[in-house]
Design a protein around this ligand. Structure first.
Ligand code: PLP
Length: 401
């Protein structure tokens, strides 16, 4: 008998489990709209040209594989903060940002979870309802209590702005408010600039600490600066802000696990101390981060030519998603005779569309139509091509009725 008899079977991950089921399906029309990973029009994974160029440079230079410092590659940490806040942002010039390289977005969020657990005992992290499923896991495993604020309004398939504001107002002062910098996952619904200002007002009034998850910079609008504008507005107000970054989507570096945790502090001294603690948290967890992805980012962002090429490729990726979004909307509007208003699809941005399909309807999408998606009704448009829009529209209409 095994000493591990008491270890129970863990449930499959609701997002990554979808890809496993997809692989097992042999139907020709099958579509994987579960995981948020970019695909070409041929529905193949895509390695960016700039990434290949950066990797070639690294080979030519014969870069070594020595350990990185605990906080990561210095050249990466510099450019990642500049990309996020803008190179001439006073918080950078004044040395008020603690930046450490993290294991992509997830690992960076996890570092912040550990920091909150150690230094803000009892403080809650408030996450949007709904949010990316892993947020709950991350704060659970960090032993950080979390609650939710209203975000999605099923009636309008839009933002429940009043609900959000009132939930932020009733939350205990000094709570951490987790915000998606852009391209909210799973809803694809972002606040307008005016709404962002009001959210910042309430957060300031309540002495809350804004905590941004930026997993899609450049992917929502196609512009790196525009997609960072929410974060920059909070920083410009002089607030202390946490920001987790990921290069999984915008540079297609999913498996390289490259991202960063940035903490904007009100003094350089505080930033130095916060950084020292982030390092102390990282050391026994994974010792030091991987170098390959960090070098790619440092080369691409740090070189004006490659940087411009990256922007062009990102516009292409964001553009392809916008094109299938439009085609899906057109197909649904033409085929559906029920009079349902599908315009919410066009209002959403980023990789995802939140369809409003419930669990049973999402099951129908998979069981009858071989369309794999998460059971909250989210579909990744990055996994869709023009050729399959009509088929997907048929599946959605059938599942709704
Ligand atoms: N945060 C959000 C909202 C996401 O959607 C994702 C990826 O799907 C991540 C963070 C982190 O992804 P990664 O750990 O690959 O950077």
């Amino acid at each position: 008998v095994s000493r591990f008899e008491h270890v129970k079977m863990a449930p499959p991950d609701p997002i990554l489990g979808v890809s496993e089921a997809f692989r097992a399906d042999t139907d020709e029309m099958k579509l994987n709209l579960g995981v948020g990973a970019y695909r070409t029009e041929e529905l193949q994974p895509y390695v960016l040209q700039v990434v290949k160029k950066a990797e070639n440079l690294m080979l030519e230079r014969g870069d070594n594989k020595e350990y990185l410092p605990i906080e990561g590659l210095a050249a990466f940490n510099k450019v990642t903060a500049e990309l996020l806040f803008g190179a001439d942002n006073p918080v950078i010039k004044e040395g008020r940002v603690a930046t450490v390289q993290g294991l992509s977005g997830t690992g960076s969020l996890r570092l912040a979870g550990a920091l909150i657990e150690r230094y803000f005992s009892g403080a809650k992290v408030l996450i949007s309802s709904p949010t990316w499923g892993n947020h709950k896991n991350i704060f659970n495993d960090s032993n950080v209590p979390w609650g939710e604020y209203r975000y999605y309004d099923p009636k309008t398939v839009g933002l429940d702005f009043d609900g959000m504001i009132s939930d932020l107002k009733v939350a205990a002062d000094g709570s951490f408010i987790l915000l998606h910098g852009c391209a909210h996952n799973p809803t694809g619904i972002d606040p307008t600039p005016e709404q962002w200002e009001k959210i910042a007002d309430v957060i300031q009034e309540k002495n809350h600490i804004p905590f941004f998850d930026v997993a899609y910079q450049g992917f929502a609008s196609g512009s790196l600066d525009e997609d960072a504008s929410s974060v920059r507005m909070f920083v410009a107000r002089g607030m202390e802000v946490l920001v987790a970054q990921s290069y999984s989507k915008n540079l297609g570096l999913y498996s390289e696990r490259i991202g960063a945790m940035n903490v904007v502090c009100s003094s350089p001294d505080a930033a130095t101390r916060v950084k020292s603690q982030l390092k102390r948290i990282a050391r026994p967890m994974y010792s030091n981060p991987p170098i390959h992805g960090a070098r790619i980012v440092a080369n691409v962002v740090g070189d004006p030519v490659l940087f411009n090429e990256w922007k062009e490729e990102m516009e292409l990726m964001a553009g392809r998603i916008k094109t299938v979004r439009q085609k899906l909307f057109d197909s649904l509007s033409t085929k559906d005779k029920s009079g349902k208003d599908w315009s919410f699809i066009l209002k959403q941005i980023g990789m995802f569309s939140f369809t409003g399909l419930n669990k049973a309807q999402s099951d129908n999408m998979t069981d009858k139509w071989h369309v794999y998606m998460t059971k909250d009704g989210r579909i990744s448009l990055a996994g869709l091509n023009l050729a399959k829009c009509e088929y997907l529209a048929d599946a959605i209409i059938d599942s709704f009725h």
